[in-house]
Design a protein around this ligand. Sequence first.
Ligand SMILES: Nc1ncnc2c1ncn2[C@@H]1O[C@H](COP(=O)(O)OP(=O)(O)OP(=O)(O)O)[C@@H](O)[C@H]1O
Ligand SMILES: [Mg+2]
Length: 207
Amino acid sequence: MTAPFIVVEGLEGAGKSTVMTVIANWLAQRGTDYIQVREPGGTPFAEALRDIVKGHWDEKVSAEAELMLMYAARVQLVREVIQPALAHGQWVLGDRHDLSSRAYQGGGRQLPDSVFTTLRALTLGEFRPNLTIYLDIDPAVGLERARSRGALDRIEQEQISFFTRTRARYLEIANSEPNIQTIEADQPPDKVRDDVIRLLEKLWPLA
Ligand SMILES: Nc1ncnc2c1ncn2[C@@H]1O[C@H](COP(=O)(O)OP(=O)(O)OP(=O)(O)O)[C@@H](O)[C@H]1O
Ligand SMILES: [Mg+2]
């Protein structure tokens, strides 16, 4: 049987990397075999696309070009790494996935829904995460956390209105899809961790 695919989502500084570690520790304690991946990236080709898409350019990068690079990187990661691991019974823990494109390029960049229908069908088919944990945060709080950690990349340097639209789309989708669970990310780290563990134990109780 294929293993579960768990994704952590949210705006910059929401605490995704922190929660990835929480989940990784939970899996390790149970003796579960797992791998961690991040998007965009995770294969040599996809990491090269990550550098392009996050880099700074002396030209305006179109929303359409950005969107297609994200899906190009995603399909490589899914086919080369994620699906083979799941088929071998390894759990996969992902830092961002398809929901990021729908929120950032759909909500933030305001690309129409129809392109997502087409691109998702082409690249992912029916493939979906078993659980997506969406860490909801006020963009100003998240960006302040991210800023205190280092220089911001091309997308992180967008206006606050871009992130406000992205958050609204995240919430809209999270509220309408049962495999996406929202956790309040402005709580202290211990509380976020408790919420995450409670969710995991409910979905995958030890036999
Ligand atoms: N619940 C929390 N409360 C306060 N600070 C937090 C919390 N969770 C994480 N942080 C801190 O905020 C910063 C950003 O956290 P983290 O790197 O986990 O976010 P991220 O979502 O992975 O960010 P990015 O999108 O930039 O990868 C780190 O310094 C982290 O220690
Ligand atoms: Mg991170």
